[in-house]
Write a protein that binds this ligand. Structure first.
Ligand code: P1T
Length: 388
């Protein structure tokens, strides 16, 4: 399918068909794993299909990058070795020492660590702001210096929601770009480029890959100049995704739509169950009408996702006990795979923000609700919450 045609088709059709035409020679319907570092040239500079060296381009990666662009309604996708590799490439391609970025005051711990311990040393300042509060984001912008407004929505792990259209306007008024980390929503539920964002970031390790068997990252953009700058840095910095990883990620992405619908169905059941459980003090889920970001989420997301956070009676000790007592929910970092995961953000994924303004509540438990039989998930949570 041409890109023009692709963008007119439905999400699942794009996820399954974009980025690759059956191989000319064999008709293979799935992109082969091109396990090659280099390519024979037909005379010096005589490249076949533009392939020269696999850091610069590899056909298995080209196929994944094409489908990533299509599912996000972008012009260009770029695949990286991890979400953080994508983030670092993006930041250093689009900023210079002395510049400034606004970041979420409840960002993923690794993203905060990247800004605070790596990009800062390189000379990029940052200010955390509540991305659910457009005025707070506007106030955190330093006119002339702020080059990036960085948003996660929903955020990890507090599930706050940022209004992408409004934040894009605020960023653009100040001459900055709006970056949206779309990892939690996935491109099935939310397409930030269609709402005015300039760059979409993914940890494809999560819902896009979907099977907890590969680490990867992605950037997707609409603008050709921006795409060229990012592609230059992707090659110059070299944190690319390898062909085996691209194959797995691409395979996962084909079923994103059906998986996400089941993740959402199960999450809704889990939320209802937790909401009436005596051991739970608060359930955090953008699908709840009581969630402060519900109206914005309902406007910009197809459904509300598979991530659920909740707080328990009994503080940190009980939160740890619940995490360690679950059996169907596996105790582990990461999210977005078909299997349910449970974790304690304060001690695990967000340990790197302890003692900062981004510290998360000690009694918080985060669930990545998988696609198992819902009744088994509810029974498991009931058992874990009763543990003492
Ligand atoms: O782990 P990596 O593929 O490098 O992606 C980093 C990343 C970026 N953005 C968000 C919103 C993320 O959640 C992550 C990774 N998060 C976890 C590993 C986690 O368990 O929250």
């Amino acid at each position: 399918m041409t890109q023009e045609h692709t963008h007119k088709t439905g999400f699942e059709t794009r996820a399954i068909h974009a980025g690759y035409e059956p191989d000319e020679m064999t008709g293979a319907v799935i992109p082969p794993i091109y396990a090659t570092s280099t390519y024979k040239q037909d005379g010096v500079g005589g490249l076949r299909g533009g392939y020269e060296y696999s850091r610069s381009a590899n056909p298995t990666r080209t196929a994944l990058e094409g489908v990533l662009a299509a599912v996000e309604m972008g012009e260009r996708g770029l695949a990286f070795a991890s979400g953080l590799a994508a983030e670092d490439t993006l930041v250093r391609a689009l900023t210079r020492p002395g510049d400034h970025a606004v970041i979420p005051d409840d960002a993923y711990g690794g993203t905060f660590r990247l800004f605070d311990k790596v990009e800062k040393v390189w000379g990029l300042d940052h200010s955390p702001a509540a991305i659910s509060d457009v005025d707070a984001v506007r106030a955190a912008i330093q006119p002339g210096r702020t080059k990036l407004v960085w948003v996660e929505t929903p955020t990890n792990p507090m599930l706050n929601v940022g209004d992408i259209e409004a934040l894009a306007a605020v960023a653009h008024d100040a001459g900055a770009l709006l970056v949206v980390d779309n990892t939690f929503a996935s491109p099935y539920l939310q397409q930030p480029l269609t709402l005015g964002a300039d760059v979409v970031v993914h940890s494809t390790t999560k819902y896009v890959g979907g099977h907890s068997d590969v680490v990867g990252g992605a950037l997707v953009v609409r603008d050709h100049e921006l795409a060229d700058a990012l592609a230059f840095h992707q090659n110059a910095m070299g944190a690319v995704a390898g062909p085996f990883d691209c194959f797995l990620t691409h395979r996962g992405l084909k079923t994103l739509g059906v998986r996400m619908d089941r993740h959402c169905d199960n999450a809704e059941k889990v939320v209802e169950f937790l909401g009436s459980h005596a051991a739970v003090t608060e359930v955090i889920y953008p699908g709840l009408e009581s969630h402060p970001g519900h109206a914005v989420a309902a406007r910009q997301m197809k459904r509300f996702g598979g991530m659920v956070s909740f707080r328990v009676k009994g503080g940190v000790e009980q939160a740890l006990r619940v995490c360690e007592s679950a059996q169907v929910f596996t105790l582990g970092e990461s999210l977005g795979g078909v299997e349910s995961l449970i974790e304690h953000p304060g001690r695990m994924t967000h340990a790197s923000v302890a003692g900062t303004d981004l510290e998360v509540p000690a009694d918080l438990v985060r669930l990545s609700v998988g696609i198992e039989t819902a009744e088994d998930l509810l029974a498991d949570l009931d058992r874990a919450l009763g543990a003492s």
